[in-house]
Design a protein around this ligand. Structure first.
Ligand SMILES: [Zn+2]
Length: 266
């Protein structure tokens, strides 16, 4: 065998048998605190029970690194809430800013390739325009849903991919948007398959509290209650299929157990 042929064969073998870790993969997931609120009565979220009982909500953003690409899932309360806190004791507040949290991690807004939001309530889209160049990943039904005053929910100039159902973000099955309609016209959840932690389903607002999930209780705030119930069943199926944990965006007790930046989940 001529030496160059032998070298070519060895090279081909090295390339073919390269371990997975040398390829571009999902590397890390940061769980960032993006707001908090105490509501005086939890019962709108737990119809039929806990009337008059106050509740603490968290509000969470997630930062994902896949190879050299960064993605944000939900952008939380607007950073302006941190700079100019509201006086209403029941209003959402921020202890930090998303811009500040990213800066501490050395991540620039222009580094974010994808900004995906579970839905368009203000506690999830507050900082979308911190990332004017990032491709917005949102369900078409949500994008097309006008605000009460008839205005669009996003700046028409913002680059966008309007989804109609599930979507494999990086094309390798590691991060998948799962359509979970009902709370609003086009909510979505996110299935993240971390190499060490395993699969995690980020809830969006199909469910707000662990207790609701366990009791399969649909909150009063819905555009379509039946669709929310069906979305919760779909989430259960996705979780069973992938042996996934459920991380609930607004569940404060769970949120308090989470690793915070600079720590992250692998
Ligand atoms: Zn919501």
């Amino acid at each position: 065998m001529k030496p160059f042929i032998a070298i070519a064969i060895v090279l081909a073998l090295v390339l073919l048998t390269r371990p997975i870790s040398a390829q571009v993969t999902l590397e890390r997931l940061y769980v960032i605190e993006c707001g908090e609120r105490t509501a005086p009565d939890v019962s709108p979220w737990t119809p039929g029970v806990n009337v008059g009982r106050p509740v603490d909500f968290s509000d969470t953003c997630y930062l994902i690194k896949h190879g050299n690409d960064w993605m944000i899932w939900d952008t939380g309360l607007a950073d302006a809430v941190f700079t100019a806190p509201p006086t209403d004791p029941n209003a959402w507040k921020r202890k930090n800013s998303l811009a500040g949290e990213l800066e501490k991690l050395g991540v620039k807004p222009s580094d974010i390739k994808y900004v995906a939001v579970s839905h368009t309530h203000g506690d999830h889209i507050g900082n979308v325009e911190l990332f004017p160049q990032s491709l917005l990943l949102v369900q078409k039904a949500e994008y097309d849903w006008p605000q009460q005053d008839g205005k669009p929910r996003f700046l028409p100039s913002h680059p966008v991919k309007r989804l109609e159902g599930d979507y494999d973000v990086f094309g390798d099955g590691s991060v998948t948007i799962i359509a979970t309609p009902g709370h609003t016209p086009g909510p979505q959840s996110l299935l993240v398959k971390l190499p060490q932690t395993g699969a995690v389903l980020l809830s969006g607002d199909a469910v707000h509290l662990r207790d609701n999930w366990d009791a399969k209780r649909v909150p009063a705030i819905n555009v379509d209650k039946e669709k929310t119930a069906a979305s919760m069943r779909r989430m259960s199926e996705v979780m069973a299929l992938n042996n996934a944990q459920l991380w609930i965006n607004h569940d404060k007790p769970q949120s308090l157990t989470m690793k915070r930046p600079p720590e992250y989940y692998r």
